[in-house]
Design a protein around this ligand. Structure first.
Ligand SMILES: [Zn+2]
Ligand SMILES: [Zn+2]
Length: 421
C-alpha cells in the first residue's frame, strides 16, 4: 500500500515532466496572444457549487464526484471540472466590476471517480478558458480560434471542428417536445440510461454512443429547425465569422449539452488519428450559468481540453520536442579534499547563469567523466591538488578534447565564449 499510488492516479516522472511543461508553455503563449489571463482557484469547493453548477442529474454529480466531509462538518468536493469554480470566483471577487468582458484561463488537476481506462485517470488535467460578459458571436468565434490555434501550434493538424446550436430557454422547450414526440414510440428500444433520459433530458439521447440509440435517433428532428430568431441569427453570424477566419466546420445536430444553462453554441474538436477517443476539445455557451450560481444574469462561453489526451496524441504522432538537458560544465574534484574548492567554483558559475553540476558522490575521476558525458557537458573543470595550489583548473572541452590550465576567474569567461560561439 505504502509504495503504491491510489487507483486511477499517475505520477508524472522527471523524464516526462518536460513534456508537460512544453504543453503548458504553448498554452500560456497562446493565452497571452489572445489576452486570456490565468485564474487559479482551489482544487476543492463547497459540494453545493457543483450540484448547482454542473447539475444534479448529470453522471459527474451522480456517480463521479470525490465528496467528503471535513473536520468542520462541511461537505466539500474535489473539483470534477472548473467552469463552476471560475464562475464562483468571478462572482465572489466581483471581477465584473473591473471590466465588461473577463477572459480567463486555467490549467490544473481535476478529479473524477471514473472507471480507470487507457489514458483516463481519476486525477487528470485540464486546460480551459472562460469568457464572461459578452453575448455576441464574435467571442464564440475567438474562443474556437484559440482552441484551433493551440492544437495546430502543437502540431495537431488533422482537426475537425463540429458545431451546433442548442438554442435557449425560449426555443429549446419547443424542440424538446418535438424530440419527445419523435422518441415516444421508440423508448423501449433505447438503452436504460436513455430511457430515463427521455423524460429528464431527452436531448442527451442524441449523443448516446450506444449503437441501438444511434439507430433509433436516425431521422430525429434537428434543433436548427426550431431555433428562435435570436439564436438563429447568433448561429449564422458565428458560422460566417468562422468562414472569415478560414476555419472549416461540420454541423452536427447530435452535439448537445444536457443542461438548461447551456445555450446557443456547442462545439467539439476532434483529432481523428486518436480513433475512438478523438474528441480533444469540447465547449460551448452557458448564458444561464452565472445566474444559476447566484449572480446577475451574465453570458459566458468556454471550453476545456484534456491534457492527458493531448499528450497521447503528441506521443502517438511523434510531435513532442526533444528536450535538451545538456549542461555547460561539470566540475570534477579529484578527491574529497578538493570538494570545497569545487563547490565554490560551482556556486560562482551558477550565480553567473552557467548551468553547472558537480560530483556529490565522492567518486573517482573516471566515474566523473562518465557523469559529465551523461549530462552532455560542454566542459569539464578538473580540480586536482596541483591545479588547486595555483588557484587554477584543468578545463577540458568535451567536443574538441582540448585541455588547458586556466585560472579560476577565467573559467566563466572561457565557457561563455564557447557557448556564444
Ligand atoms: Zn432561442
Ligand atoms: Zn442510450
Amino acid at each position: 500500500m505504502l509504495v503504491t499510488g491510489p487507483r486511477g492516479t499517475k505520477d508524472i516522472l522527471p523524464e516526462a515532466s518536460g513534456n508537460w511543461q512544453y504543453i503548458e508553455q504553448v498554452v500560456r503563449d497562446i493565452c497571452r496572444l489572445y489576452l486570456y489571463k490565468e485564474i487559479r482557484t482551489p482544487v476543492f469547493e463547497h459540494t453545493e457549487l457543483f450540484l448547482r453548477g454542473i447539475g444534479e442529474t448529470t453522471d459527474i454529480v451522480e456517480k463521479e464526484m470525490y465528496t467528503f466531509t471535513d473536520r468542520g462538518e462541511r461537505s466539500l468536493t474535489l473539483r470534477p471540472e472548473n467552469t463552476a469554480a471560475v464562475v464562483r470566483s468571478y462572482l465572489e471577487n466581483k471581477l465584473y466590476a473591473d471590466t465588461l468582458l473577463n477572459k480567463l484561463f486555467y490549467i490544473g488537476p481535476m478529479f473524477r471517480y471514473d472507471r480507470p481506462q487507457a489514458g483516463r485517470y481519476r486525477q487528470f488535467h485540464q486546460f480551459g478558458v472562460e469568457a464572461l460578459g459578452s453575448k455576441g458571436p464574435a467571442i464564440d468565434a475567438e474562443i474556437i480560434m484559440l482552441a484551433v490555434q493551440l492544437l495546430r501550434k502543437l502540431g495537431l493538424d488533422d482537426l475537425t471542428l463540429y458545431l451546433n446550436s442548442v438554442g435557449c430557454p425560449q426555443c429549446r422547450p419547443i424542440y424538446r417536445e418535438k424530440l419527445q414526440d419523435f422518441l415516444r414510440e421508440k423508448t423501449l428500444h433505447l438503452c436504460s440510461d436513455c430511457q430515463s433520459r427521455f423524460e429528464r433530458n431527452p436531448m442527451r439521447v442524441l449523443d448516446c454512443k450506444k449503437e441501438k440509440c444511434t439507430e433509433q435517433t436516425q431521422g430525429a428532428p434537428h434543433i436548427a429547425d426550431c431555433l428562435c430568431d435570436e439564436c438563429s441569427t447568433h448561429f449564422n453570424q458565428l458560422k460566417s465569422l468562422l468562414t472569415l477566419a478560414e476555419v472549416d466546420f461540420i454541423l452536427n445536430p447530435r452535439l448537445v449539452r444536457g443542461l438548461d444553462y447551456y445555450t446557443k453554441t456547442a462545439f467539439e474538436i476532434q483529432y481523428s488519428p486518436l480513433g475512438a477517443q478523438s474528441a480533444v476539445c469540447g465547449g460551448g455557451r452557458y448564458d444561464g450559468l452565472v445566474a444559476e450560481c447566484g449572480g446577475q444574469s451574465t453570458p459566458g462561453i468556454g471550453f476545456a481540453i484534456g491534457i492527458e489526451r493531448i499528450l497521447l496524441a503528441l506521443e502517438k504522432q511523434n510531435l513532442l520536442p526533444v528536450i535538451s538537458n545538456a549542461i555547460d560544465v561539470f566540475v570534477a574534484p579529484m578527491g574529497s579534499d578538493m570538494q570545497g574548492i569545487a563547490f565554490k567554483l560551482l556556486c560562482k558559475l551558477r550565480e553567473k547563469g552557467i548551468t553547472a553540476e558537480m560530483d556529490f558522490m565522492e567518486k573517482g575521476i573516471k566515474w566523473q567523466m562518465k557523469q559529465a558525458n551523461k549530462y552532455s557537458a560542454k566542459f569539464v573543470a578538473i580540480i586536482g591538488e596541483e591545479e588547486a595550489a595555483q588557484n587554477k583548473v584543468m578545463l577540458k572541452n568535451m567536443l574538441t578534447g582540448v585541455q588547458e590550465l586556466v585560472s579560476m576567474d577565467e573559467v566563466q569567461q572561457k565557457i561563455e565564449l564557447d557557448v556564444e560561439a
